[in-house]
Design a protein around this ligand. Sequence first.
Ligand code: HEC
Ligand code: HEC
Ligand code: HEC
Ligand code: HEC
Length: 409
Amino acid sequence: MKRRILFATLFAAAAAWAQKPQFIGAGGCSGSNCHGGTSPADEKISRILTTEYSVWSIADKHSRAAKVLEEPRSKRMAEILGISNPMNDAKCASCHVAGSPERAKSDGVACEACHGPAEKWLGPHTQQNSHANSLTLGLTDTKNLRVRAQTCLGCHLGSEGRTVDHELIAAGHPDLAFELETFSFAQPAHYRDPKPTAGNSLPKVRFWAVGQAVALAEGMRLLEKHVMTKWPEFSDLDCYQCHHDLRAESWRIERGYQGRKPGSAQLNLARTEIIRTLAAGELDAALNRLSTAVSNSFGNAAAITGAAREVAQKADALATRWEATDFTAAMARNLAQALVRDISRIAGNGPHAAEQATMSLDALSASYAANPQAAAKAIGELYTYLEHPSTYQGREFASLFRKVAGQLQ
Ligand code: HEC
Ligand code: HEC
Ligand code: HEC
Ligand code: HEC
């Protein structure tokens, strides 16, 4: 009897495996008539560029994601963490070897890591008007903003089975600071910029807003999981509350502790403070409950997860709303001005919150700045300031932010 159950279980596992679409590797996309062209196709003839493979393999860091696992920095991390080979260990490979984990490990983060394992849609997707059918065969719907955001965040924030937690960070992994629109812009473009359409005047501003909401919702779900399984997880807290020089002339003491016990643990507010402004008060009560729960009821899992769940629900609702909102240049400018108004509060939460404000100003101002080059230069000043977190002063950053934002008008 037992054996029959075991057999049935094995059979079910094998069937699930057989059904799971397989990866084919970036080589499968690189045909010169497909995505391996050497110069971009004329837009009148082709919606796609046809040079996707060369852009990815030459310019996109994702194509080097597996190779970095062989560098001394990774070897050192592996040694500290007791990992024998990062290329084969899910602790690293889950994010760095995701393009074709079974067939072409050296591809790193290749096409299928974002577009979905291609075994079943590879043939069909070359037909005209096949998009809907391909989606049923495992193509990821990257045109859906929420799906796209979740795809990037799966590795750049973390997700089930993929984590850069404090243990990895303390072993030497870079902290994951991410803002969807800024990073989408930074990824060498292998697709054409989305065109404005009726009801969607500024697709990138919409993506920025939806990205903020999805990042908050996903971050809350991760927080909840951590509270249940590995609390305290230090990477969910503000890094610089622990990692800073101690001084009597401290901007923290000057700032005060706003309703929490002085010296208590603080949530990583880099993930919450920008969208608080964007939501114009709608998230305040829920976010305050969450940050109070973390600061004043640190050991009370139910209080923290309850508050996190409420924030996640509200964030999901905002994502749905913003997905259908027509963001205009005037709205983008107003949102940037709202960030300026709130910058003292944001900057008071440390360098990571300040970095998020900078990336958002960068993303927003691209839609209204009269002179994009001058704008990029001005915002560069903010990024430069943030390169030295140990000398960061909240008030100093806030006044620099006001100055730079003023130059962008
Ligand atoms: C949750 C996904 C995830 C996991 C798990 C992960 N990484 Fe990373 N790693 C990233 C991302 C995303 C970046 C890029 C960070 C950035 O630039 O914002 C990165 C960057 C790096 C870098 C710096 C690369 C560069 O170009 O400077 C190294 C080295 C690295 N990871 C090694 C490792 C090792 C070794 C492991 C396992 C111990 C690991 N990573 C686990 C997502 C992950
Ligand atoms: C890091 C994630 C990522 C990787 C890696 C990636 N893509 Fe993309 N790709 C995207 C996103 C996001 C879009 C824009 C959304 C869209 O148009 O679907 C896109 C768009 C495209 C488009 C345009 C689709 C259209 O309908 O206009 C093609 C074609 C494409 N990718 C092919 C590839 C190929 C081939 C590779 C590998 C050589 C690749 N991509 C690697 C994320 C990725
Ligand atoms: C399967 C995991 C994974 C997914 C999905 C993913 N990335 Fe990445 N990304 C990485 C890793 C790992 C690195 C680091 C590569 C390196 O430095 O060699 C990285 C690096 C980057 C970088 C370069 C950062 C730098 O410091 O220069 C950008 C930009 C980026 N990703 C944007 C995106 C965007 C936008 C998406 C979604 C469309 C996305 N990524 C989806 C894993 C992923
Ligand atoms: C609750 C306190 C706390 C928080 C919050 C915290 N850390 Fe740590 N961190 C520590 C401790 C303790 C160590 C171990 C130091 C030692 O053993 O000497 C450490 C070690 C490190 C190290 C190893 C190198 C070094 O200088 O110690 C890095 C890097 C690091 N943390 C980064 C971060 C980042 C990034 C964050 C936020 C995402 C963060 N930490 C959040 C307490 C914290």
